[in-house]
Design a protein around this ligand. Structure first.
Ligand code: BGC
Length: 359
């Protein structure tokens, strides 16, 4: 750790250990160092997250060591270990595999380093201090609701229209090693299940359980292959009306696979990534869920600032996110549904994108 050993929530023993651990850092350099461990550059949202975090920490005078793990859990463990060895004061981690960090986080806490779980909940470790994310259940609810609206089962106000279908859908979920994927799926299914039970919705392939519909590593190519193979298995006459896609990458992969169909099915996504927003503007992808990564960075920086100053960070949820070892105090931001009707207002007027970027 650099000279700044001010993380007062630590046990005295940990501080003593910290003070004694030799690093190659200049002892006179008391600029706090934050290690930012991000999962992948494959989805542009994580690039935006990394850029926002880095810019905000740097503007407050922090040094930042930012690493992307290329979706490889073992690589991420090594990156985090290197941050610990370099004397980081705090770690901000968007995990690849939420269950793979127990060992290295024990080392981090042993060295007196604050650990913030970023967007994805780190599981099965008591060495996680805070969680900054969105209301992930609500993300799923917004996705399920958008699907029902796009199909015309619900109207704009969310009221039932009385349309009985049956509408043929398929269901996709995110990576099983990402806690968020479970929460998104459960939130979406809480909205869709009653309509599956009543027969308004029918899953054409019959595959609906989480283990049957999860896409390992959120991999878009795998999602496209699955959609292609499902379409190939339909008997004549089955028209695909909608697909629950858990994020924009998978939504775009699904839409690519349905390119030969007469009509694009109703597909909601998540992240408001630029290709998806363009697709929404063009009337292809039906909806996305916007999560303002600038705000998530702000919340995270606030948590780190408070911890390193020996204070108590502001949180707004102390009950929801049990990671298997502890309930992690959380700051959860509100996600927002975006369709063709409101994308300009929500995404351009807020300054998230310029009109040129999505034009
Ligand atoms: C994030 C999503 C993202 C997905 C794939 C999830 O944990 O919350 O925003 O699309 O990971 O990277």
């Amino acid at each position: 750790m650099r000279a700044r050993a001010v993380v007062t929530f630590l046990a005295a023993g940990a501080l003593a250990l910290t003070a004694g651990c030799g690093t190659t850092q200049d002892a006179a350099d008391d600029t706090p160092l934050v290690g930012v461990a991000m999962p992948t550059v494959e989805q542009t949202r994580w690039v935006a997250d990394g850029d926002n975090l880095s810019a905000q920490f740097r503007s407050l005078g922090y040094d930042v060591d930012m690493q992307y793990a290329e979706d490889d859990a073992a690589v991420q463990v090594e990156q985090i270990r290197a941050m610990v060895d370099a004397g980081a004061d705090a770690l901000v981690i968007g995990s690849v595999d939420g269950t793979a960090l127990k060992g290295v986080l024990a080392e981090a806490h042993g060295a007196g380093i604050a650990v913030i779980s970023y967007d994805r909940l780190i599981r099965d470790s008591a060495d996680v201090d805070y969680y900054a994310s969105f209301d992930n259940w609500q993300v799923g609810v917004l996705q399920g609701t958008a699907l029902l609206r796009g199909l015309g089962v619900l109207d704009e106000s969310g009221a039932e229209t009385g349309r009985k279908g049956p509408f043929h859908i398929e269901v996709f979920a995110g990576s099983p090693d990402d806690n968020n994927a479970t929460v998104f799926y459960d939130g979406a299914m809480s909205v869709l299940r009653p309509y599956l039970d009543s027969g308004v919705l029918e899953v054409a392939s019959g595959q609906v359980e989480r283990e049957d519909v999860a896409i390992d590593g959120w991999d878009n190519a795998t999602a496209e292959q699955r959609m292609t193979s499902l379409l190939g298995s339909y008997g004549g006459g089955t028209k695909l009306d909608g697909v629950l896609a858990p994020n924009d990458g998978i939504a775009q992969a699904v839409i690519a696979a349905t390119g030969t169909l007469d009509d694009v099915p109703v597909v909601p996504g998540q992240d408001a990534e630029i290709p998806a927003v363009k697709s929404i503007a063009a009337g292809e992808q039906y909806a996305t869920v916007y999560k303002d990564t600038r705000q998530l960075a702000e919340v995270t920086v606030q948590i780190v600032e408070a911890l390193l100053a020996g204070g108590t960070p502001e949180v707004n949820d102390t009950t929801t996110y049990d990671n298997g070892a502890k309930v992690v105090p959380s700051y959860l931001l509100a996600p927002q549904s975006v369709t063709k009707d409101n994308y300009t207002k929500v995404l351009v007027d807020s300054g998230y994108y310029t009109a040129q970027e999505i034009g």
